[in-house]
Design a protein around this ligand. Structure first.
Ligand code: GDD
Ligand code: MN
Length: 374
């Protein structure tokens, strides 16, 4: 019996949802030979173990357990490349996507009229339950409009996480997909060269059954990051670009704090002949601490959103490590710049080289020692 459909279930902490999900797939796909690929990023709740337990009784179920990695897009790509079926679907494992839509989506592709079918939350006849947060709906609308511009395809829901396509189409361009964030359908549409014939199916976007969403905090942000990655990521890696931008903002924060402290000293202490140097040292130190803390917080929220440190202990630990890393970065910066000046360079380009070197150093070190797993 040849496998007609591969169903990829990317999972992160979906242990309680998984068994029921596969039961529903079995029911919805009665009469269609299929396999399930669970791609789990080593979820702390033991989703991989649960998947293996299910696979013991059901050989159609396969597990890819990824260690030390996170990300919905890359998980989906790896799952789609792992199936032997000619057609593959990706869907949430949390019961938000109704498996009953699969046969129709498959028929559209197998019939030969379409290359890709997807379920839309905004098509005529669709509905979204518990889609309660109005800010998220708005974000979706704005993001959708940009997305349609970028891909050149008019879709009512290019951010959908529920879609199906021919595996050969996917494989032909898989190496060019960005794999960053969670806009995998959008990524495919923007990447695939040959124009795709797309079938849109309205869906009733259900409420998640168990657990919580991993995506809702940074929908728009992730989307913008994805766009950047597509356009410029090849030349300046996305994470480094973010890190650098936040670093530049840190300089602004530094100057503002310095000005504040100097003004305070000017107003309160200068009259009593406080040495000016003390004012500067105090200001410079305070400003550096505030700026580094600012950088740490922003990098933790944005650059390393997927590896975000949470809770007092890990945050304190990460912050201290970040300060230490920055101290080393500063040494590299000053060392290199001084060496260049010594051999006759103009101080300003030398300073610039120092800054770039220090940033690369900070980036490399902090990604390993602050947000790295090892
Ligand atoms: N392997 C892996 N790694 N799986 C992940 C990761 C990850 O880092 N993050 C999320 N997942 C899994 C979840 O376990 C779930 O099965 C699926 O990917 C979707 O994640 P949710 O956390 O349920 O996302 P959502 O429901 O908030 O977002 C929905 O809307 C988005 C559009 O705004 C989903 O349908 C998304 O696919 C969709 O892009
Ligand atoms: Mn979901």
């Amino acid at each position: 019996m040849t496998i007609r459909l591969g169903v990829v279930l990317p999972t992160y902490n979906e242990r309680k949802n998984l068994r029921g999900m596969i039961e529903r797939l079995d029911k919805a796909l009665a009469g269609i030979s299929f396999e399930v690929i669970v791609v789990d990023d080593n979820s702390p709740d033991g989703t991989s173990d649960e998947a293996r337990a299910i696979a013991q009784d059901d050989p159609r179920v396969h597990v890819i357990q990824r260690i030390g990695r996170r990300g919905l897009s890359s998980a989906a790509i790896e799952g789609m490349c792992a199936t032997a079926a000619p057609v593959v679907a990706v869907m949430d494992a949390d019961h938000q996507h109704d498996p009953e839509l699969l046969p129709g989506m498959l028929a559209a592709i197998e019939g030969g009229d379409y290359d890709l079918s997807y379920a839309s939350r905004f098509a005529e006849g669709a509905s979204t339950e518990e889609w309660g947060r109005p800010d998220r709906v708005k974000a979706s609308n704005l993001a959708n409009r940009i997305a349609n511009k970028v891909t050149g395809v008019e879709l009512s829901d290019p951010m959908s996480g529920y879609f199906m396509l021919k595996t050969e189409t996917l494989r032909a361009d898989a190496h060019r997909l960005s794999g960053v964030g969670f806009k995998i359908l959008l990524d495919i549409l923007a990447t695939v060269e040959q124009p795709l014939r797309i079938k849109e199916v309205p869906m009733n976007f259900a409420a998640r059954l168990e657990g919580e969403s991993k995506l809702d905090r940074t929908v728009v942000f992730e989307f913008l990051v994805g766009l950047y990655d597509k356009w410029l990521g090849r030349w300046i890696p996305t994470r480094f670009a973010l890190f650098g931008t936040i670093g530049a903002l840190g300089v602004v924060v530094h100057m503002a704090v310095l000005a504040l402290v100097l003004n305070l000293f000017g107003a309160r202490f200068m009259v009593s002949h406080y040495p000016q140097e003390v004012a500067f040292i105090t200001g410079q130190t305070t400003a550096a601490m505030v700026a580094m803390t600012f950088n740490f917080v922003l990098n933790n929220e944005l650059t390393y959103a997927d590896k975000r440190l949470r809770g007092f202990g890990p945050l304190l630990n990460g912050w201290l490590r970040f300060l230490l890393t920055c101290a080393f970065g500063l040494l590299a910066n000053i060392g290199a710049a001084t060496a260049l000046v010594r051999i006759g360079f103009n101080p300003y380009p030398a300073a610039l080289v120092g800054i770039v070197l220090g940033s690369v150093w900070n980036f490399a070190l902090s990604s390993k020692f602050v947000w790295g797993k090892y």
